[in-house]
Design a protein. Structure first.
Length: 306
């Protein structure tokens, strides 16, 4: 998986599914098993564990990868098992008033991160993985590096966040200087950059915009580093803010991204522009937000209102 530059999260997920597959069949080696055992495992997930279609597909992909790439024994057609169809779901969207209300209950780093999710349309991990060099104050842009699908893109930096971000980065720089004084201050760098630029990990430009409150030991290199803020910190804060706001919607951090897209379309911006800001490969993915507008389609009015 690393040779194919698959993400660390995909790696962890696939390894977990392979372990569950082996344990389900009494710790038999996968080489001794085949299509029948894969079908039994996937059926157990769907019938007994009641997993979602996307979860079942993820397990299926992990096992296909195992047999095709690791054991060099591609699976044949597995009768009775097809990739589960993911049901079509409309995204949960907050109105502008609801978004302001939820943001009003947030403080500190969670507030600033949530403001970026709603103001720039970022995914949660995209915001947390931002480096100092990715914030362009002069051009009012945020550069997302290696986003979903390992793609880079640019999106807007809201005017109202410029001063709060400057003040935040000034505090982060003090923390970085303290880490350097203690012999730490080196951040993780992607791919082979650490070997190509040995001192880059200690430079200010490469530091995370939202660093963790504590340093930790990198499990791969064994070095003590300050990683970015854990996503659970923001998720808990947003969940609490939603509860305090009393808004009866099943919202989450990702809801801010949905709201960003919907509110831009409501304001009359072109769907292609919104597609580019979100980083969608296909405009059909962006079109889902047209179904939750206040005036769907071309402003059709209900006969009841007429």
């Amino acid at each position: 998986m690393r040779l194919r530059r698959m993400s660390r999260r995909t790696e962890d997920s696939y390894v977990n599914w392979v372990k569950r597959f082996i344990l389900f069949h009494g710790k038999r080696h996968p080489r001794e098993m085949g299509e029948d055992e894969v079908r039994a495992f996937l059926s157990w997930l769907a019938v007994d564990q009641h997993v979602s279609a996307s979860t079942q597909n993820q397990a299926f992909c992990a096992l296909l990868f195992l047999y095709r790439e690791v054991l060099d024994r591609p699976l044949g057609h597995i009768k009775g098992v097809e990739p589960a169809r993911r049901p079509h779901r409309l995204p949960v969207v907050l109105s502008p008033e609801e978004a302001r209300k939820v943001l009003g209950y947030l403080r500190g780093d969670p507030w600033l991160v949530a403001m970026l999710l709603y103001g720039s349309g970022l995914r949660l991990l995209e915001a947390l993985r931002l480096r100092v060099k990715d914030i362009d104050f002069d051009y009012r842009q945020v550069v997302v590096r290696s986003g979903k699908g390992d793609k880079d893109r640019r999106t807007m930096l809201p005017e109202s966040l410029i001063e709060p971000l400057r003040q935040h980065l000034a505090r982060v720089r003090v923390i970085h200087q303290q880490d350097l004084a203690l012999g730490c201050g080196e951040v993780w760098l992607p791919d082979a950059l650490a070997r190509k630029y040995p001192t880059a990990g200690r430079e200010w430009a490469w530091q995370y915009v939202f660093p963790a409150t504590k340093r930790s030991v990198d499990p791969q290199s064994g070095k003590e580093r300050r990683h970015h803020l854990d996503e659970s910190v923001i998720q808990r804060a947003v969940k609490e803010a939603l509860a305090q706001s009393g808004i009866p919607k099943k919202a989450s951090c990702h809801t801010f991204r949905h709201s960003f897209a919907t509110h831009l379309l409501e304001a009359g911006y072109d769907i292609r522009t919104v597609q580019e800001l979100l980083g969608h490969a296909d405009v059909r993915t962006t079109q889902v937000y047209t179904h939750v507008l206040n005036k769907p389609g071309v402003g059709v009015r209900s006969p009841l209102d007429l």
